[in-house]
Design a protein. Structure first.
Length: 528
């Protein structure tokens, strides 16, 4: 057992882990898996947007970086243009100073992308990490969506709002972990359902309200069959003044119903939560579209293979370690935002580049160190020397420290999944950003029942709610987003026993939680 140098908890490294580390030529990690993921996510701000000046054109732009940050920030079109040459910021490696100090100086000099948008996005200015979206507003890490608002990590959906990790949904509102749902609202963990509300873990259901663990049912309320007339009467009363009370009642009722220990489909020799079509993947969460031989991977997969300690990474990638936000890459480590390429280490925002070390914002480049061009022979001679230097400073094998993240900790996804107080953050030497002072609360605008701040219902939101016959939300988008995130299972596993047959299980439900948890066999017996 090893002791985490960040949180001091014990964690295990087994023989398969060490075989992977040897294959990647990296040392054993000093942080536990949770702290490694936290450190990667401390570099990811996807939800906080600011108005600032483009450092290339002087235009007012939207950006992930507030105006008070020391970085140069340019709008997307300039970053992608031939006028932007990140190589002109190249510099020699200084063996008298730590690597991270030099890399941080490079980050301060090289202009950064304002929003991180890929593909073609139409009428989607308020979108970060998005790809091929149309008519999107405050949609983060969404892809191939149309008319999508206030949503995250959602794909191939249309006419939807307030979605979290949902796919192929249409005309729906407030969904978490749903797939192929139409005209549904306030639902979680459900697939192929339509015209339903307050569902949890339902499949192929229609015209159902407040149901859990149902399969192939129609016109049910609290898992009880009802007539169409009774259903419509209950629905009308709920949506015309009784919604909040029904939500509370449903959440209390759900505690009497069993939950499956882990949600996995076609997963062979796997452990984790929300895993589909995978083999030999352990302590992994939110893996889709086929993956093999992964460990400690969070929200990724997409046909990835031989990956360890990655967040938002995969998609036809292989041999990745300590990687964030990366696709179509091979043999890369300690890097963030790679799109294509191979043999890239300690770099970020790289496109289709190979054999690069300590670089940023390069596109189709090879054999570069700190954004400086080298010959193949020079590169292969210098990189081993840099690695030896980093070993002597204790930097080799460590992801970028949170202290050089371009964002304050509370601006990042790390604060959502691993919340910390301002005092604890500052004591670690990380950054914290106090929120801008809100204006005086106006009584003529909506006031959030949770945070007390003003918010507004945008025109598209009002139209969608009208089409669905739903009342306007009483909470602001930020508080609704926090509530959705809190409703999901944590990225953590515990050993406990099935509440029916007592067999040992691994689950994301902590033993002290009130939910009833069954092993897969007992759960399937219950619902089918």
């Amino acid at each position: 057992m090893k002791t985490c140098t960040n949180c001091q908890c014990s964690f295990e490294i087994d023989e398969r882990d060490r075989a992977f580390y040897e294959r990647m030529s990296v040392p054993d990690p000093t942080h536990c898996p949770d702290c490694r993921n936290q450190r990667r996510l401390a570099a990811r701000n996807e939800r906080n947007l600011y108005h600032r000046k483009c450092d290339a054109t002087g235009e007012n732009i939207l950006s992930l970086y507030s105006q008070d940050k020391p970085y140069k920030v340019i709008k997307e079109s300039v970053w992608w243009s031939d006028d932007f040459d990140p190589m002109k910021y190249g510099r020699d490696y200084d063996f008298s100073r730590p690597f991270f100090e030099q890399f941080n100086e490079l980050l301060l000099d090289v202009p950064r992308r304002a929003m991180h948008q890929d593909g073609t996005n139409e009428n989607a200015d308020y979108v970060t990490f998005g790809m091929n979206n149309k008519n999107a507003y405050l949609a983060f890490a969404c892809f191939y969506c149309e008319d999508i608002y206030y949503s995250e990590w959602t794909g191939f959906s249309k006419d939807c709002m307030d979605l979290l990790i949902s796919m192929k949904c249409e005309l729906s509102y407030e969904l978490v972990d749903c797939v192929d749902c139409y005209q549904c609202a306030y639902s979680t963990n459900s697939k192929n359902c339509h015209s339903s509300y307050l569902l949890d873990d339902c499949r192929n259901c229609s015209n159902c309200i407040a149901c859990k663990n149902l399969r192939n049912k129609e016109y049910h309320i609290y898992n009880r069959p009802v007539s169409k007339e009774e259903f419509e009467k209950f629905k009308s009363e709920m949506l015309n003044g009784g919604l909040e009370e029904e939500k509370k009642r449903f959440n209390e009722w759900k505690l009497k119903m069993p939950n499956v220990c882990s949600r996995m489909t076609n997963a062979e020799n796997c452990s984790g939560e929300y895993i589909e079509n995978a083999k030999n993947c352990h302590n992994c969460f939110d893996l889709v579209l086929g993956s093999e031989d992964l460990k400690h991977v969070y929200f990724g997969g997409w046909k990835g293979k031989d990956m360890m300690d990655c967040s938002f990474a995969g998609k036809d990638s292989q041999l990745l370690y300590e990687i964030h936000a990366t696709t179509n890459a091979n043999n890369c480590a300690f890097s963030s935002f790679l799109r294509g390429g191979s043999d890239v280490f300690y770099s970020e925002s790289m496109y289709s580049s190979t054999y690069c070390f300590g670089c940023t914002s390069l596109n189709h480049k090879n054999y570069c160190i700190l954004n400086k061009q080298y010959t193949r022979e020079e590169y292969e001679a210098l990189v081993p020397k840099i690695i030896e230097h980093m070993k002597s400073t204790g930097e080799w094998g460590e992801f970028f420290p949170s202290s050089i993240s371009p964002f304050a900790y509370n601006e990042t996804l790390a604060q959502i999944l691993y919340p910390m107080t301002k005092q604890d953050v500052l004591e670690k030497g990380w950054k914290w950003r106090d929120e801008d002072e809100a204006g005086e609360v106006r009584e003529d605008l909506q006031i959030c029942v949770d945070c007390g701040k003003n918010y507004r219902v945008i025109e598209q939101e009002a139209k969608l709610l009208g089409r669905l016959g739903l009342p306007e939300p009483k909470s602001c988008p930020k508080c609704r987003r926090s509530r959705r995130a809190a409703s999901r299972q944590p990225y953590k596993l515990w050993d406990r026993n099935c509440d029916k047959c007592s067999v040992a299980i691994s689950t994301s439900y902590a033993p002290e939680r009130p939910e009833i948890v069954y092993c897969e066999a007992c759960y399937l017996e219950e619902v089918y």
